[in-house]
Design a protein around this ligand. Structure first.
Ligand SMILES: [Zn+2]
Ligand SMILES: [Zn+2]
Ligand SMILES: [Zn+2]
Length: 152
């Protein structure tokens, strides 16, 4: 599914899953609802599981993780790594990079195009094609830099 064609409502996404086999279970619906409701939030797999269980309390962890994998295969969601290698998910859409503050944990989305020049340089020198959006860049956000500068 191309990014521009990724459906944004639960029933359309359930149809996509159904086309790949299996039935539209309550856990599928709950998982999709959680992801769509999160909007621009970046949810760790464990947090998705916690939220799904508020609707389907007895769902197995492996079931939710399998649904996440299917949704990722369909191009509905994508994963990224914010810190320490842990995976987080958000609806697939325009590719973007993430800046994660080491101090407060704030996540800032940055368009991939910001890295175009870097990608060109790395390609030219190393023949290497970078995926700038898969792993977040760590550093300090402007609020934390300000706080650090004014703390004696
Ligand atoms: Zn990954
Ligand atoms: Zn910060
Ligand atoms: Zn993001």
């Amino acid at each position: 599914v191309a990014a521009s064609q990724v459906p944004r409502d639960t029933d359309a996404i359930l149809d996509l899953l159904r086309a790949g086999g299996g039935r539209a279970t309550a856990s599928r619906r709950a998982t999709i609802d959680v992801i769509l409701a999160a909007g621009d939030e970046h949810l760790a797999a464990g947090e998705i599981l916690r939220r799904v269980r508020t609707t389907v309390p007895d769902v197995a962890e492996s079931t939710v993780y399998r649904i996440l994998a299917s949704l990722e295969d369909l191009g509905v969601i994508s994963h990224l790594h914010l810190a320490n290698g842990a995976s987080a998910y958000h609806p697939a859409g325009a590719r973007h990079q993430h800046l994660v503050c080491r101090r407060c944990g704030a996540v800032t989305d940055v368009p991939d195009t910001v890295f175009d020049e870097l990608a060109t340089v790395i390609d030219a020198f190393y023949g290497f094609s970078i995926d700038a959006s898969h792993v977040a860049l760590q550093g300090h956000c402007s609020a934390c830099r300000t706080a650090a500068a004014t703390t004696p």
